[in-house]
Write a protein that binds this ligand. Structure first.
Ligand code: HEC
Ligand code: HEC
Ligand code: HEC
Ligand code: HEC
Length: 434
């Protein structure tokens, strides 16, 4: 056990390469007010535990947000961190997400209509972070971000009835009442860009920023790997796109004009968490979640095992009886430990097991963890059918063809870009072939 632990630590050290995180590309002139907005997390704390880029992990996005906020604050900007909605998945993940948001310094959580269905659990875990559920014209709830010269007032419309004239008349009237000097009105609406472009002329003069749940059409020059332009002025309203990827953060910047106190400039960009380190506090919260979920998963597995159908599955020892050399070579590869690595990391998740366990794929259950994982017939596909496998050693006609493993196709099913970014057949194949 201790030996395993050491191997685990050694692997870990090797993997967490010390390459410095990418620089934050800040505008030369720091904005007066900066909103950092995330969206569309859909309850996913981590996307994969593999050594891929994993820029979508909450712990890495947290680092991007904090690094940016610290740097901008140091340069005199007022910074506010806001969740833009669709952040929840199942109920059980909500407390952990909100705890992490609190650590990162989120001030406001805008709830999408989907989030609103989990209002009770969100409310009981908000812990001082302001919630902004979808509101109706007569009862507008707001969140105010006070900058030095300008402030921004945030309103959440949810999915507004776009075609309802009466609604817009009433809404604009009530929004007008919120208008004050040096105050910008930012409205969140979960609508697409085409709807937003039709709507913009109506909102002109009242709404300054319309935050929508869609990307905006971009020209090539507006896209760079680290940063994408995410705003567009349409009929005097700034359309800004909520992040459509978990790896992205919308950075909405406001520059006041020192000459003329009534004028300002706005711009939105998506920044990406690619290459960031994990925020240790957030990572710890995520690990807590998985540790708890693991207990449930274990219980679920126990239940499943009782009713484990006799769906045939032949373990690697079966093949090993006749192919001992190949079996022993296989045992020395990571493929034979693919389930154990998940157990060690407390990540026996269904989504992970689909690649890490043959038995799970075939029977929906894991009955044995050691010396299991990516197994003989993952590669020797012709023998996937246990009936064929049971006969092939005895009947010449049932033997696999000479072209036994089509490595070009088979490996990349699991060794895809996200999970195995360094995959190269020339270097990987010799490590597993026997
Ligand atoms: C699409 C298939 C696939 C899925 C899904 C997948 N993995 Fe992996 N995983 C791989 C592959 C392939 C590797 C080997 C990568 C390499 O070495 O290049 C790997 C490697 C790993 C490793 C490193 C093992 C070691 O000994 O270095 C860990 C840990 C891991 N995965 C955890 C997870 C977790 C946790 C999940 C679910 C959140 C997951 N994986 C989902 C394919 C997958
Ligand atoms: C990661 C994929 C992979 C896994 C898993 C795997 N093999 Fe293989 N196996 C190969 C490849 C690749 C070859 C060589 C094919 C070639 O040279 O064209 C091979 C060849 C063989 C051969 C042919 C004789 C030889 O040594 O060349 C036998 C028998 C065999 N494997 C048995 C097994 C058994 C038994 C297991 C499970 C314990 C297993 N393999 C697991 C990829 C795999
Ligand atoms: C009862 C013994 C037995 C079992 C069990 C068995 N094999 Fe074989 N296997 C053989 C024999 C015998 C051959 C033919 C060897 C030869 O032609 O040199 C063979 C051939 C193969 C070959 C092809 C080698 C070639 O040169 O074409 C592969 C691959 C292979 N077996 C994989 C497996 C896998 C995977 C399993 C488990 C699902 C398995 N075998 C189970 C006896 C067995
Ligand atoms: C069913 C999914 C799957 C397939 C198919 C697959 N792998 Fe893997 N592979 C994994 C997973 C998962 C890991 C990580 C397991 C671990 O390290 O514990 C891994 C790890 C590896 C490793 C690093 C571990 C070691 O032993 O050094 C190599 C090399 C590798 N695979 C090569 C290949 C090659 C080559 C093929 C195709 C012939 C292949 N794999 C096919 C899932 C797969």
């Amino acid at each position: 056990m201790l030996a395993l632990l050491f191997v685990g630590i050694a692997l870990h050290l090797r993997r967490s390469s010390p390459s410095p995180p990418p620089r934050i590309e800040l505008p030369k002139e720091p904005p007066d007010l900066l909103l950092l907005i995330t969206a569309n997390r859909q309850g996913k704390l981590e996307v994969c535990g593999c050594p891929g880029k994993r820029a979508e992990d909450l712990a890495k996005v947290a680092t991007l947000i904090q690094d940016t906020a610290n740097e901008m604050q140091r340069r005199g900007a007022t910074v506010s961190i806001v969740e833009g909605g669709d952040f929840t998945g199942s109920d059980d993940v909500v407390p952990y997400l909100l705890k992490a948001y609190k650590v990162v310094g989120y001030q406001c959580v805008v709830l999408s209509p989907r989030d609103e269905k989990r209002l009770t659990v969100i409310q009981s875990n908000a812990d001082g972070v302001q919630l902004l559920p979808p509101t109706n014209p007569e009862n507008l709830q707001t969140f105010r971000i006070q900058g030095k010269t300008f402030s921004v007032v945030l309103v959440n419309l949810g999915q507004p009835p776009v075609k309802d004239e009466n609604y817009w008349q009433r809404l604009l009237q009530h929004l007008q009442a919120l208008k004050q000097p040096n105050t910008l009105l930012a409205v969140v609406a979960y609508i697409d860009r085409n709807t937003a472009m039709e709507l913009a002329p109506r909102l002109k003069g009242t709404v300054d920023i319309l935050l929508i749940d869609d990307a905006l059409p971009l020209t090539n020059s507006e896209f760079s790997p680290g940063m994408t332009k995410a705003s567009k002025e349409v009929s005097g309203v700034l359309l800004a796109a909520l992040p459509q990827s978990r790896a992205a953060v919308l950075s909405l910047m406001l520059w006041a004009n020192s000459e003329n106190r009534d004028s300002y400039r706005l711009e939105g960009q998506w920044m990406y968490a690619t290459g960031r380190n994990d925020n240790p506090q957030v990572k710890q919260i995520i690990d807590e979640y998985y540790a708890k979920r693991q207990e449930e998963l274990e219980r679920e597995m126990q239940e499943l095992m009782k009713i484990a159908t006799q769906k045939a599955y032949l373990p690697p020892e079966f093949c090993g009886e006749c192919h001992q050399a190949q079996y022993e070579q296989w045992l020395s590869t990571g493929h034979a430990r693919a389930i154990e690595v998940l157990v060690e990391q407390k990540r026996m998740d269904r989504s992970c097991l689909t690649c890490h366990s043959l038995e799970f794929r075939l029977r929906g259950v894991v009955t044995e963890r050691k010396k299991r994982g990516v197994e003989c017939v993952d590669c020797h596909e012709e023998l996937q059918d246990p009936a064929t496998a049971q006969m092939h050693g005895q009947r010449p006609g049932e033997r696999p063809s000479a072209r036994i493993v089509n490595a070009e196709i088979i490996c990349v099913r699991c060794h895809d870009k996200q999970n195995s970014p360094n995959f190269n057949l020339q270097t990987y194949l010799p490590k597993v072939a026997h």
